[in-house]
Design a protein around this ligand. Structure first.
Ligand code: ADP
Length: 497
């Protein structure tokens, strides 16, 4: 099986969220399973700081974009600890910038042009590299034009006839919606600007385009796959997803246990595993408290939170509960995040007012994210919606009990500690349903009571979670099966339904 994975980010080269973790880990696992795979992503400024050698290639292309022809070339590296080639679309005017998509809260004005260019460049890379994949795996709106270009333009050309496409949705809320005149940049005929294809509420919508033209669609957990068809979590596209439900499935993201594993983690104060997690976590907790200037007490629960400061992640619930608890409960908070300035300001103030209970680090720090995973006793993710979520999976591995809202991937990966699940040894966390600060507060109370009053039950939950296997190896196996199903269906259209 020959696969081209197209993505707008991948660790260790460029990351703003979980998409990068998945696209950095999945290809190596697919390679181990025997797939011949290459990754194509933009050559952002950040990729040169990843500590991986990047070479030029002699592959160049001229891409029509609107009325102009924009040249570019491919650079190349190898995904660390693997033999997977990564090709970077090099076009400094588009990608040599401070950030990936936005600066100071403002999206780059030419994002449509940047990713339309990228989409065409991915297809030109196939020509230049003479690597004809069986399937192009497209991720998120940034790659949404690829299935359309493939179907409407490239499949008519030699070599492209049998290439299938898969569109993966990592988050329905980010759709790449642009004003209608950006259609001109795509090079596609205006007749595709209609409600059945690329148009959505008068605008050009690149995620919708991918969902319409891809041969199959998946998202990153079975529950989210259902939610986006049946509820407003489809962000207006639930009808289309319902229409395509025969080719839509959910596959839970896998974890790269080479990076996220307390036994191997080079960022944390002490390595530990299932056999010695109590000692290991005690050292990591104390070191984290010292670093964040929180009192170094061992028996006060320490709650960790790492994530984008976006409404999606449930910050308004956390704001309410943290304000309420700061003055009343013996609980410490270690928060790391960046994003919405409203939440940044609120966190600053809260940490300033309650320095002995709340530490808030505004910014992006991979190292601190690892240290919080290792040093906290519990990890909070009260998301409004969560396509998959990775931090709860890291938390399970680090013996840091996740407290989650029952939605999307959180529902699929965390088992609430109730009487039954505690008795049968399947509990891995604490979960609540209603998007409501009291529901969160009750669940936090439940967790804190278990932590303080029932250490044996707590240990049982920790150890069940640490034994869970959410490795990217299992995810890769599922993707390989899916690629096989899609390519077979394309090859034998008579058998498809
Ligand atoms: P999403 O992709 O919606 O942002 P996920 O839970 O799937 O959420 O993945 C988030 C990833 O980004 C995790 O690896 C998490 O540790 C990381 N991350 C998010 N915010 C920060 C931050 N401020 N500093 C370091 N890592 C972060």
């Amino acid at each position: 099986m020959k696969i081209l994975l197209a993505t707008s980010e991948a660790t260790p080269f460029a990351k703003t969220g979980g998409l990068a973790d998945v696209c950095g880990a999945l290809p190596a696992e697919l390679r181990r399973l025997g797939a011949e795979i290459i990754v194509v992503m933009p050559s952002y400024r950040q990729v040169f700081d990843a500590g991986v050698e990047i070479h030029p290639t002699d592959i160049r292309f001229d891409i029509p974009i609107g009325g102009k022809i924009v040249d570019g070339r491919l650079l190349m590296a190898t995904l660390p600890d693997s033999s997977v080639p990564v090709y970077f679309v090099d076009q400094p005017e588009y990608y040599d910038r401070g950030e990936l998509y936005s600066e100071n809260g403002q999206d780059y004005e030419d994002n449509a042009e940047r990713f339309i260019y990228f989409s065409r460049a991915v297809l030109e890379a196939i020509r230049g590299l003479n690597f004809v994949p069986d399937l192009i795996h497209c991720n998120d709106w940034q790659c949404g034009l690829i299935p359309a270009l493939l179907k409407l333009e490239y499949r008519h050309g030699t070599g492209f006839e049998n290439i299938a496409s898969l569109q993966t949705i990592h988050n329905m809320a980010y759709q790449g919606s642009f004003w209608h005149w950006d259609m001109l940049l795509t090079g596609l005929d205006w007749r595709h600007f209609n409600w059945r294809e690329m148009e959505f509420h008068g605008r050009m919508n690149l995620l919708k385009t991918g969902l319409v033209f891809a041969d199959a669609i998946n998202t990153v957990s079975p529950t989210y796959a259902r939610e986006i068809r049946e509820t407003q979590m489809g962000c207006g596209l639930e009808g289309l997803l319902q229409h395509r439900s025969d080719v839509l499935c959910g596959i839970v993201n896998g974890v790269d246990y080479g990076c996220w594993n307390p036994k191997l983690d080079t960022h944390i104060a002490q390595n530990y595993g299932l056999a010695n997690w109590k000692e290991g976590k005690a050292v990591c907790k104390s070191s984290l408290q010292e670093q964040l200037q929180l009192p170094q007490v061992s028996d006060v629960p320490l709650v960790g939170v790492v994530g984008r400061l976006a409404s999606q992640k449930g910050w308004d619930l956390m704001a309410t509960v943290m304000e309420r608890w700061a003055g009343t409960q013996e609980v410490q908070w270690a928060v790391l995040g960046t994003g919405d300035s409203k939440f940044e300001e609120w966190l600053h103030r809260l940490a300033k007012d309650h320095p002995s209970k709340i530490s808030a680090t505004i910014g992006f720090s991979n190292e601190l994210a690892h240290q919080i995973e290792a040093g906290a006793d519990m990890f909070l993710m009260p998301s409004m919606y969560e396509p998959c979520g990775l931090n709860q999976l890291y938390s399970l591995k680090y013996g840091t009990i996740p407290i989650v809202r029952v939605t999307g991937g959180l529902a699929d990966t965390v088992v609430d500690a109730n009487e039954q699940s505690i008795a049968d040894g399947t509990a891995t966390g604490f979960a609540f349903d209603d998007y409501d600060s009291y529901a969160l507060e009750n669940t936090l109370h439940r967790a804190c009571r278990t932590y303080c009053d029932s250490p044996d039950i707590w240990s049982g939950i920790v150890e069940t979670g640490m034994r869970n296997d959410w490795s990217s190896a299992a995810t890769a196996k599922r993707y390989l099966e899916l690629y096989g199903e899609i390519t077979q269906r394309i090859a034998n259209p008579a058998f498809s339904h």
